[in-house]
Design a protein around this ligand. Structure first.
Ligand code: MG
Length: 382
């Protein structure tokens, strides 16, 4: 006798049009993973041993790549016209692929990534003891039923919002689906119509079904930190430009470009956080295209590269290390200019200045150095 077999059908065949994405929301990226990964991780940590993912035809390959590598047996099948048909396809595939000796079967919406392994297991235990285990939470809103010109408030303390997972004794669910005619919004209704008893399990208010663009913002976004450093020599006969702002001084910074040491350090911080090559690689000082170029145009290029790679700037912090000139009167201008160049709120940029108390090459007044740090986040879909 083999070990206990618990199967799950995870339904991912919806079009997800209300998210405003031009692809299925289950493929929404979260770091190097996807929304679907978030869901599958929970199942891998539960008692479920076999999974069938029901996907739209166009997503089958992407879903297969994601599902590969989780600690359960997995198959993928194509969804039907309706949810009921999709679950039926999933159950058929589960039985065809892995046999019909499951003890418990669950159905779960792929777009409920906040389900927990504990909730999945609570539903399974309930199905084992009582025949079914349906995740549900007490209604927090008052619900009214409207019919023609009448409207009736329903007694809230008797009402529940039904979620997934929904777990059932395997044979009883299979039989319910064999006998089911018509379309239903969940599996408990089909089970109930075939004489099954519904047992509710404490769900979770976090266990939302990601449906709208606003829901996507509730998903965790990966953040990346980056640091950058630069130093340039100060010489007579060059303008001093810091953060794209001309700073009146008898000396300026020497370099292949305009030698804006602040923008250089910030660009390297941004590129580092985005996992991209540094400015020495992108804009080599052996390339005449960059001779005397304003670093502002290089920053625009970097800004675009960061955005193209799916990141947005959260904040930037930089310290300018210079013995002279006094930078305090210019800091606010520099900050505002950088905010404008990067299209972020000025409160997201902090620039400070310090000296080295006369020590070293910076202390001699022969150079200016900058340390910069930034945080990037994955860009929310526009
Ligand atoms: Mg430089």
């Amino acid at each position: 006798m083999s070990a206990e077999k618990i199967g799950a059908v995870i339904v991912c065949a919806g079009k997800g049009e209300r998210t405003g994405l031009d692809y299925n929301k289950i493929l929404y990226p979260i770091g190097h993973k996807t929304l679907l990964d978030m869901t599958l991780e929970k199942f891998a940590a539960s008692r479920v041993t076999h999974v069938v993912i029901v996907a739209a035809e166009r997503d089958v390959q992407a879903v297969a790549r994601i599902a590969n590598g989780y600690d359960f047996f997995c198959a993928i099948t194509v969804g039907g016209e309706t949810r009921t048909q999709s679950v039926r396809n999933g159950l058929n595939r589960l039985h065809a692929e892995f046999g019909d000796d499951f003890s418990v079967l669950l159905v779960h919406d792929g777009a409920r990534p906040f389900v927990s392994p504990a909730l999945i297991d609570r539903c399974i235990e309930s199905a084992e003891r009582y025949g079914s285990g349906i995740a549900a939470v007490k209604c927090v809103d008052t619900v009214r039923r409207e019919a023609l010109d009448d409207s009736v408030a329903l007694p809230r303390n008797e009402l529940y919002n039904v979620q997934t997972p929904q777990a059932f004794k395997a044979k009883a669910l299979a039989e319910a689906y064999e006998n089911a005619v018509g379309e239903y919004t969940d599996d408990a209704q089909i089970f109930e119509l075939n004489g099954g008893k519904i047992r509710l399990v404490d769900g979770s208010y976090d266990n939302i079904k990601v449906t709208t663009a606003a829901d996507l913002l509730k998903l965790p976004a990966e953040q990346r930190i980056g640091i950058g450093y630069d130093v340039h020599r100060l010489i007579y006969g060059r303008p001093l430009v810091l953060g794209g702002v001309a700073v009146p001084y008898e000396k300026g910074l020497l370099g292949h470009s305009d030698a804006d040491v602040l923008i250089h350090a910030i660009m390297d911080a941004l590129l580092s956080a985005a996992g991209l090559p540094d400015i020495g690689v992108l804009f080599p000082d052996t390339d005449d295209r960059y001779l005397g170029i304003s670093s502002v145009s290089l920053l625009n290029d970097v800004k675009e590269r960061v955005a193209t790679n799916g990141f947005a700037v959260v904040d930037i912090s930089a310290v300018i290390i210079a013995q002279k000139p006094k930078l305090a009167p210019h800091i606010e201008n520099i900050r505002k200019n950088l905010a404008q160049l990067l299209n972020i709120n000025a409160s997201r940029i902090n620039i400070s200045a310090t000296t080295t108390e006369g020590l070293g090459v910076v202390g001699n007044g022969d150079a200016i150095a900058v340390n910069a740090a930034c945080i990037l986040t994955e860009k929310a879909p526009q």
